[in-house]
Design a protein. Structure first.
Length: 180
């Protein structure tokens, strides 16, 4: 499959972040690596924020959402529990194994509520599907994920490797399961 110019820009930006170990890669560095002008990047992204949101979004989808594999369960609640656990575990794993991309994701997505909602929309849709919600705006699913914010928001990342991580998850699950 041939990559589009937009896809090449995204993969080059991510590759440069990995190579330099720094989420502060410049647009000039990306353009140089691609053999194009800095201005040419703006044909594909309206501004720097849009480019970095796209890079972070693609990374989040690939490294977190796409990594969640749960066996179907007879009870929707059980399946939801297992999916949520896989989701928070995938985010924790991404934080522990890919700090540069995690930092980029934090800077351009997690600290921008509109971008964060867009990135989380696939997760909301999975939750809605599991629970058979007929909610066109995924508000119920968004509320469920919000309850687990201490396992997903970067401001809590220092607690993700604490010994009581799983117990804290189960306590929150116990509080919300009757309402799902």
């Amino acid at each position: 499959m041939t990559l589009t110019t937009r896809d090449k820009i995204l993969s080059t930006a991510e590759r440069l972040i990995q190579e330099t170990g720094n989420a502060e890669v410049t647009l000039a560095q990306i353009a140089t690596a691609l053999g194009m002008t800095h201005a040419a990047l703006y044909k594909h992204f309206k501004n720097k924020q849009a480019l970095w949101e796209a890079v972070a979004t693609a990374w989040f989808q690939r490294e977190i959402i796409d990594q969640i594999h749960c066996a179907p369960a007879t009870l929707a609640q059980t399946q939801l529990h297992d999916w949520l656990w896989a989701f928070v575990t995938a985010k924790k794993h991404a934080y522990n194994t890919d700090p540069q991309m995690f930092a980029l994701n934090t800077r351009y997505v997690d600290n921008n509520p509109k971008a964060l909602r867009a990135v989380l929309t696939p997760a909301y849709q999975v939750v809605s599907q599991i629970m058979d919600y007929h909610d066109p705006h995924d508000e119920k699913a968004e509320a469920i994920l919000a309850a687990f914010a201490i396992f997903t928001l970067p401001s809590f990342r220092e607690t993700w490797n604490d010994a009581d991580y799983a117990q804290r998850f189960e306590r929150i699950w116990y509080l919300i399961k009757a309402g799902v």
